[in-house]
Design a protein around this ligand. Structure first.
Ligand code: SRM
Ligand code: SF4
Length: 569
């Protein structure tokens, strides 16, 4: 039975995104025709959006836009491709092919680690798209479900086998990712040249028109919240007994984006639903996803994510529906606690006596340039390393499961390529989204200014003798908040070139949304304000008081308790 709210939604006009999905024949569209079309390097019509379901975005280099326009040339179209890598784990030897592909077939010759534990290639020409999918397929990977209105890459606490619990959690991340994948054969037909199978496609979970909007999932092992669970639609927090996962606390409805000036949009932290026993995990995942599928707003994409659905229907109603669909009852939330979000850099031993090395990757960008040879260094490690690489949700990388024998060989490579540089606590806990030049939605620089901004902040912290401290500092080029600025202690969000909103007052474990402190200010103004704030913090803080907690205690900003009312006021 449709509820009144559902009926009201149906009466309103569906978004064009819905029409595109409906008419796509399970995500096929006319992508194969566009692949043959040599007149343009881009995709046409609905295919521009449909390729996202296959893990790719059409972009153009924004640094070259004006020049190419003046030359009456088509924009420099090329695709970004995002791989699916639940929990961020990839065998090191597979990295060789990935690195080679970036060198030979991408315009930028870099690989970008994302904050959802995977990697992206930027700048793949249309003619090389089949090649990249086939390369991934050869090494057992794909790009399915990494973009558009589906469940995205599933995150899992990055902890290289410190305990059996982490291994189990990682297996759950894989299981959930596979379970929620689109089942259409379109991917295999288009990219892997597999013969069309004339059976009716069926999407038992996602449905013919897929989800109303993107959907994000995590599996978390306390006390580490490195996945930033509160920003995700569906979260499974592991509850353990005798070194085994016995169940999960389930939290739903997190998300960070908003639209400048649109008070109907707001960030929200994932909320507690209850505890479930481990055997019900997939049932509950399916019930949450299908409820969002059926109840989510398909007439307004800015109101379509799970947090808005929950707000439209009420958490209790949403919860009851999940219980009904999964045929379970949620038990009360079990105790859990988070102590940190950062990665644990350097060498660490695991339960099998193997070594794990976490390396800081500047901006998550794996490249060779005047300052570093990170790409070459990683390639040399991949040649001899028998274990895995693990990408963290903080855009860093762990060389995991290194045998005692290989440790000194890898250490030599690390030394000669200078992969383990001294880095301040601030830098280690900073992050930026990609932004210019590839992101079409960017309003201000992010990745390309992060290093410089961190240096300025380091200088301020040094001046006030708090340079050993840690502050979570993040930049996003626009309010979509890909850099998760709205879970930072100091967060910048782009307004226009060279101008940002400054948010302060998040906390270190990522369970508080910061509040706007200054709007639309220049880079120079940002550091004048931060100089004042950090000076006060250095003088007036309580023992061990973090920056984010301090600015709230001292009323520099009000604490956000209910983002729906507090975020904008
Ligand atoms: Fe994001 C869109 C990059 C994590 C919220 N994001 C984009 C696009 C694809 C721009 C576009 O739609 O054309 C960006 C591509 C830039 C480029 O050139 O690569 C982009 N997002 C990224 C990445 C690469 C940032 C990074 O530096 O790591 C992250 C890729 C993650 C992955 O591997 O899947 C990335 N994006 C996030 C996060 C953080 C997270 O998931 O933990 C968020 C905020 C959390 C959330 O979802 O609320 C985020 N991205 C968005 C949004 C806003 C969605 C919304 O709810 O309104 C968009 C725009 C959209 O979807 O319409 C967006
Ligand atoms: Fe692009 Fe905005 Fe996301 Fe940055 S936050 S990658 S500018 S969409």
């Amino acid at each position: 039975m449709e509820s009144n709210k559902q009926k009201k939604n149906i009466k309103k006009k569906m978004t064009d995104a819905e029409r595109i999905k409906e008419n796509s024949n399970y995500l096929r569209g006319t992508i194969t025709d566009d692949l043959k079309n040599e007149i343009t390097n881009g995709f046409t019509g609905d295919n521009f959006s449909l390729i996202r379901f296959h893990g790719m975005y059409q972009q153009d280099d924004r640094d070259l836009r004006i020049e190419r326009h003046e030359q009456k040339l088509e924009p420099r179209y090329a695709m970004m491709l995002r791989c699916r890598l639940p929990g961020g784990v990839i065998q090191a030897k597979k990295w060789l092919k990935i690195s080679n592909f970036a060198d030979k077939y991408t315009l930028y010759k870099t690989i970008r680690l994302t904050n959802r534990q995977t990697f992206q290639f930027h700048g793949i020409l249309k003619k090389n798209l089949k090649r990249v999918h086939q390369m991934l397929h050869e090494i057992g990977l794909d790009a399915l479900g990494t973009a558009n209105d589906v469940n995205r890459n599933v995150l899992c606490t990055s902890n290289p086998l410190e305990s059996l619990i982490h291994k189990e959690a990682y297996e759950w991340a894989q299981k959930i990712s596979n379970f929620l994948l689109p089942r259409t054969k379109a991917y295999a037909e288009i990219w892997l040249d597999q013969k069309k199978i004339f059976t009716t496609d069926h999407e038992p979970i996602l449905g013919r028109t897929y989800l109303p909007r993107k959907f994000k999932t995590t599996v978390v092992v306390p006390p580490y919240n490195d996945v930033d669970l509160y920003a995700n639609d569906m979260n499974f927090i592991a509850i353990t007994k005798k070194n085994k996962i016995i169940g999960f606390n389930v939290l739903i409805g997190g998300g960070l984006s908003f639209i400048h000036g649109n008070k109907n949009t707001w960030p929200f932290l994932a909320q507690e639903l209850g505890y479930i026993s481990v055997k019900n995990t997939l049932l509950v995942a399916e019930a949450i996803v299908t409820t969002q599928r059926d109840w989510g707003n398909r007439t307004d994409r800015s109101n379509a994510k799970t947090r808005y659905t929950i707000n439209n229907f009420g958490l209790d109603v949403f919860k009851k529906e999940i219980e009904k669909r999964a045929n379970i009852y949620f038990e009360p939330i079990r105790d859990y606690n988070f102590i940190s979000r950062g990665d644990r850099f350097g060498w660490k031993k695991d339960i099998y006596d193997n070594w794990n090395l976490t390396l800081f990757v500047n901006n998550g960008r794996i490249c060779d340039d005047n300052h570093n040879l990170f790409k070459s260094g990683l390639f040399e490690i991949a040649k001899i390393h028998e274990g895995n690489f693990r990408i963290t949700s903080n855009q860093n990388i762990i060389i995991s499961e290194i045998s005692q024998y290989n440790k000194h060989i890898i250490d030599n490579i690390v030394q000669s390529y200078k992969l383990l540089n001294q880095t301040s606590n601030l830098r280690k806990n900073s992050m930026a989204c990609v932004s210019f030049p590839t992101c079409p939605l960017a309003m201000a620089e992010a990745e390309r200014v992060l290093s410089f901004f961190v240096t300025q902040l380091e200088n301020i912290m040094l001046k006030y003798h708090v340079d050993q401290e840690k502050i979570v500092f993040r930049i996003s080029g626009c309010p979509n908040n890909c850099g998760r600025s709205l879970l930072a202690e100091i967060g910048l969000i782009g307004k226009s070139l060279g101008r940002y909103n400054l948010y302060i007052g998040g906390n270190q474990i990522g369970s508080r949304i910061p509040k706007i402190y200054q709007e639309n200010i220049t880079e120079k103004e940002i550091f004048i304000h931060l100089d004042n704030l950090i000076q006060c913090w250095s003088k007036e803080r309580n023992i061990k008081e973090d920056f984010g907690d301090f600015v709230i205690r001292k009323n520099f900003v009000n604490e956000i308790i209910n983002p729906i009312s507090d975020f904008w006021n």
